[in-house]
Every structure is written in C-alpha cells, then in structure tokens.
Design a protein around this ligand. Structure first.
Ligand code: DX5
Ligand code: ZN
Length: 220
C-alpha cells in the first residue's frame, strides 16, 4: 500500500548507544522516528524528556513523531516544537480542551495527532476529525514497550477508517504497541498507514533488515 510509514520507537533503543541506534534508523528504510514522552502521571512510567529529545534531533535525519503521554500537554507544546517535533500527538484522555490543544499545535505549523487508549471509542473524535492529521490507536495500554498486542485494535482501525472516509479521507491512522512483522499486513489491510514498532525492531538481531521485511509485508 502506498503512503504507509514505519516509525521505529526510540523507547526500545539502547540509550547507552543512542547515536548508534539513531544512525541505524537513518540508514534504514524506516520513515519516521517515534518518540515517547511519559510523565509518570498520565501513565505509570517515566521515559525521558527534553535533553534526550534534543540529542535525538541532533542526529536524526527523519521526521520526529512525538507521542506525549503526559497530563496537560499544552504546557510543553512550544518547547517540543522548538526541539524539532514535526508531529505532536496528545492523548484524548489527557486533554479536557482537546480542540484548543489541537489548535495550539497547528498554530506552530506542524501536524497534530490524537492518541486513543484501548478503551476509548474512535467515534468520540466525530466532532473534530476534520481537524486532526493523525489518530494514534493504542494497541497496548500506554506506558511500556514490549507488551502484547490487543486484538480488538483491528475493529477500531476498520471503524475509524470507514468513519474518516467522509470526514477526513487523508487521515493518518497510526498503530502503537505490539506491532511486528507478524501483524503488519493485517493492520494495513484494516486501514492503518503508520506502524510504530519498538521492541520488534530494536530487539532484532538486525533492525534494518527487520524494517525491510516489514516494508515488504505492507507493500505487497
Ligand atoms: C507505549 C509506547 C510505544 C512503545 C511501543 O506506551 O507508546 O510507542 O514504544 O513499543 P513496542 O513496539 O515494543 O510495543
Ligand atoms: Zn508511542
């Protein structure tokens, strides 16, 4: 399928060899870098913050897709833009004024995404789907890499793709959590066009080769 993107999740990289792992992705067939920011409040884990993002940006040659798993993300949008984020995704469940948050992200001229936890119905975005560039369907409960993929995700993708046909045919549907070579094709067939993958790429003996194989799965 055309216009399908692979976004390795830096969370699964070796932080003691971050530059090396970023260069692997730079020279691979991957399309984006997916960067997970966790605050220990919205999710029960803390990942990394601005200094690490700055270090990633220094070496990354591909788009930075920043996934904010933080409460009240409005406080930090400008800072993430200044650090080089080209897509910022916030959580539906963390934003009481989601419309305002999306407007704020767009005011900096970058793409805005909304992530949905596994329990959140895709229909809840019905009143603002036209204004969102990307919906990230969480296929695990956010907070940790390496978790098992939740099978109901396929139903959510199909429902959102159907629903977006009228309201936003160009919508990017990103899947995050438990994505591997095994389920990549099924996800794209259901309507996904961005696949985030952490442990199955960085945990592989040859990450670049795993990306090639994943691409093959989704292009054929
Ligand atoms: C989970 C993060 C994911 C995570 C995916 O909260 O949002 O991006 O890094 O990791 P894997 O691919 O290992 O499930
Ligand atoms: Zn993520």
């Amino acid at each position: 399928m055309k216009n399908t993107f692979i976004a390795p999740s830096v969370l699964a990289a070796d932080f003691a060899n971050l530059q090396r792992d970023i260069e692997i992705i730079n020279h691979s067939d991957a399309d984006w870098f997916h960067v997970d920011i966790m605050d220990g409040m919205f999710v029960p884990n803390i990942s990394f913050g601005m200094p690490v993002l700055k270090a990633i940006k220094k070496h990354a040659t591909k788009l930075l897709d920043v996934h904010l798993m933080i409460e009240n993300p409005d406080r930090y949008i400008k800072e993430f833009v200044d650090l080089g984020a080209e897509i910022i995704t916030v959580h539906y469940e963390a934003c009481p004024h989601l419309h305002r948050t999306i407007q704020l992200i767009h005011s900096y001229g970058i793409k805005a995404g909304v992530a949905l936890n596994p329990h959140t119905n895709v229909k809840l975005l019905g009143n603002m789907l036209e204004e969102i560039d990307l919906v990230c369907i969480m296929s695990v409960n956010p907070g940790f890499g390496g978790q098992a993929f939740i099978e109901n995700t396929y139903n959510k993708i199909k429902a959102l793709r159907e629903f977006s046909k009228i309201k936003n045919p160009d919508l990017l549907i990103e899947i995050d959590g438990g994505v591997s070579i095994k389920n990549a094709k099924k996800l794209v067939d259901a309507g996904a066009n961005v696949l985030v993958s952490g442990s199955s790429i960085f945990g592989a003996a040859n990450p670049a080769d795993t990306i090639i194989q994943m691409k093959k799965e989704i292009v054929d």
